[in-house]
Design a protein around this ligand. Structure first.
Ligand code: COI
Length: 354
């Protein structure tokens, strides 16, 4: 039985939507009119409210600012041909948010709070869901420690929020990535599997070094040997070598991407040979040499299917086959797009409509 949440709704006096050029939206800089907020106090979630998007007031001693006790998610909403709003796999994001929360000592949230908060927010801001090709409404749910306390312990109070932003492509072109063999993103037993704020902070310095060398992103390798591919900074990574779709197993050090899972599901449905196993840097390099590496791409909510054009390794750049000829990744991008926008059958019940 699903309880109905009592959400207090305070609408903005003046929408900002007229100020937005939907034909040219940068990623993550334009925010919709409203946000959903809930507080965790006295051992329970309460004060469910939707209010105009606005800055937060925080104490300088706020625990998140100092120790990063915070987790987040990324989802996307689209419009179908009838103009209805469709959210892609929100239940999967809800489950992963709670998994991340558990790892970071953050209290669990209920499915009702997540889904009803989301639905009410989207009902209010549905005009913000773009419908031009390659655009969507990016949805950012997150939970952060709210105590004003600078000792180290899990916070007693938290805030859960959802805000949204219309977005265009995260990467505007096929990406150039560097295989990182010095720095590490995650180690066994660490927080790599959680979508925890600090994981991203720790990745910035190595990524900046790669930017200076002309790369968009890194491909992380395992912290122990740097011989096995893990994930990229904003996405999971997949390869088509010969007739096989290959990707590293999600687990302790690799985020269980929801787009990753969707791609693997479609590949299996279509009869592709799929292997989720440790992928060595050596075999990728050998496949490039031998001409058997046909495709390499990232998968992520923000990134969608991001084609990898160049892989840098040990000071050498390897140019991969032309994007136009990549049969699998182009097919999966098109097919996912059709499912997300209601133009193809939703066999797995991935699409949520309020
Ligand atoms: C997402 O794909 O939703 C993410 O959270 C990646 C983020 C770094 C933009």
């Amino acid at each position: 039985m699903v309880d109905t949440l009592n959400i207090d709704i305070n609408k903005t006096a003046k929408s900002r939507i007229q100020e937005v050029d939907f034909t040219n939206i940068p990623f993550g800089k334009v925010y919709s009119d409203h946000m959903f907020v809930a507080d965790f106090e006295g051992g329970q979630w309460k004060n469910f409210r939707i209010k105009p998007y606005e800055p937060l007031q925080l104490s300088p001693a706020n625990a998140t600012l100092h120790y990063g006790q915070s987790v987040f998610e990324g989802m996307k909403a689209y419009k179908n041909e009838a103009g209805e709003v469709l959210v892609f796999r929100p239940k999967a994001n809800f489950l992963r948010l709670n998994k991340s929360a558990e790892r970071m000592c953050i209290p669990q949230i209920s499915e009702e709070m997540f889904m009803q908060g989301l639905d009410e927010l989207l009902k209010l801001d549905q005009d913000w869901v773009p419908d031009l090709p390659n655009t969507s409404l990016y949805i950012r749910p997150f939970i952060f420690a709210a105590d004003d306390y600078i000792g180290i312990r899990p916070s007693d109070t938290y805030r859960f929020m959802i805000f949204t932003c219309p977005v265009g492509a995260y990467y505007s072109e096929p990406v150039k990535v560097k295989i990182e063999t010095k720095y590490s993103r995650a180690a066994a037993g660490g927080t790599g599997a959680a979508k925890a704020a600090g994981n991203y902070a720790g990745s910035l310095y190595p990524a900046m070094q790669a930017h200076k060398q002309g790369y968009h992103q890194l491909i992380w390798t395992d912290a122990l040997t740097h011989q096995y591919i893990e994930e990229s900074g904003t996405m999971n990574v997949m390869f088509v070598i010969g007739d096989t779709l290959l990707t590293s197993p999600a687990g302790d050090t690799i985020l269980a991407g929801i787009t990753r899972d969707s791609v693997l599901t479609l590949a299996r449905e279509w009869g592709y040979k799929v292997e989720e196993r440790k992928v060595s840097v050596k075999e990728v390099m050998e496949a490039i040499e031998a001409g058997t590496l046909k495709e390499a791409f990232g998968t992520g909510t923000a990134a969608t299917i991001a084609q990898i054009a160049v892989i840098g390794h040990e000071g050498k750049d390897h140019t991969l086959p032309a994007v136009e000829g990549r049969e699998f990744s182009n097919r999966v991008l098109k097919s996912l797009d059709e499912i997300k926008t209601g133009r193809a059958e939703d066999k797995w019940n991935w699409v949520h409509k309020f």
